[in-house]
Design a protein around this ligand. Structure first.
Ligand code: 13P
Ligand code: SF4
Length: 329
């Protein structure tokens, strides 16, 4: 029985039994219920360690699409769980805490995008995956940071395009593709905070370090980067590079996998997590905790629900993206 108090809070707020091995119990529940845990690189290390699969937003959607599990637990944020539900309507999609939103997705309300479309019927709409299902339902194609450039390149050069909602990713795409897409004025509160001064200081003390940045960072940060890419591509670059030190301008959760993959290399987050500010952590991603994960598997709640007409409208642009991404490395 789901208590009203939990519904009000958006998660199962029940103390876990004292002395249990939470990770082992979570894995046991997954086996009993044929559930799969998908986790984004920005979640806490202990969440990543207990997951069946850890990835960037494209890989997580691809994984959801092909899973044979009956239950998907999305340790990430709400739009990621929605994407899974859009792709897998007959599966139960759990999100350990319904409060795990996304400031970038919030920066593009569906009504505002609908108004733009009414005023600009000649524009194609390309939407970043960090959007609500209601927004995706209004778009022509969805992109993630892994495939955005290839998707934008697939449009005719003279096509009028609105790119929403991330103005930094959109500006970066305009620069690398030579386009002049109209940009929605949205942004991520984590990636907007990375300071150019901090990176310059770190470069001075670590002159051989490569700067790795997520394209959601501001253009001044991207201008300092040796490599710009999605979380998965940043990780791949670090693994394949001969460099030994890396200054990482994205959510610091990615360092968990970086250190695991390359224990001999040094990864420096911007700004350092040891400082008084933890603003390189996404407060939404960090709402995923082991007790909430255990409880949501136990009670099979909270889950994501979608209106069927909206789901089918949102499915089309996601399927287009997945089709275009099939051959991407
Ligand atoms: P990725 O597509 O690189 O996983 O990024 C998702 C995200 O939310 C970045 O802030
Ligand atoms: Fe959204 Fe930013 Fe958190 Fe990514 S890091 S989930 S864009 S708020």
């Amino acid at each position: 029985m789901i208590k009203q108090e939990w519904k009000d809070k958006g998660f199962v707020d029940e103390a876990v039994p004292a002395g249990i091995d939470l990770k082992a119990e979570i894995r046991k529940l997954c086996k009993e219920k044929n559930a799969v845990i998908l986790a984004h690189y920005y979640t806490e290390g202990e969440i990543q360690d207990v997951a069946d699969f850890v990835g960037d937003s494209l890989a997580l959607a691809q994984q959801a699409e092909k899973t044979e599990a009956d239950i998907i637990v999305m340790c990430g944020v709400h739009f990621m769980a929605e994407t899974n539900k859009i792709l897998c309507p007959h599966k139960l999609v759990l999100l350990p805490d319904l409060n795990a939103g996304c400031s970038l997705a919030d920066s593009c309300p569906a009504e505002e995008l609908a108004a733009f479309k009414r005023e600009h019927p000649d524009y194609k709409v390309v939407a970043y995956v960090n959007t609500s299902a209601a927004v995706k339902a209004l778009t022509d194609i969805v992109v993630t940071s892994s495939n955005a450039r290839a998707v934008v390149d697939s449009f005719d050069k003279d096509e009028k395009i609105l790119f929403a909602p991330d103005k930094n990713l959109g500006g970066y795409l305009n620069a690398v593709t030579g386009r002049s897409m109209k940009l929605w004025n949205g942004g991520c509160h984590v990636h907007e905070q990375f300071s150019i001064e901090k990176i310059v200081e770190l470069k001075a003390t670590h002159p051989d370090a490569k700067v790795l940045a997520h394209p959601e960072c501001k253009s001044g940060v991207l201008a300092l980067a040796d490599y710009i890419g999605s979380t998965a591509n940043i990780l791949k670059y670090a693994q394949e590079s001969d460099a030994q030190e890396f200054i990482v301008a994205t959510e610091s959760g990615i360092l968990h996998e970086m250190v695991k993959c390359c224990p001999q290399k040094t990864f420096i987050p911007v700004p350092p997590t040891s400082g008084p500010c933890a603003c390189n952590e996404c407060n939404y991603m960090r709402l995923n905790t082991l007790p909430k994960l255990y409880n949501c598997l136990k009670y099979e709640w909270p889950f994501v629900e979608l209106d069927e007409a909206m789901r089918t409208d949102a499915l089309r642009p996601i399927e287009r993206m997945l089709e275009l991404s099939k051959n991407l490395k």
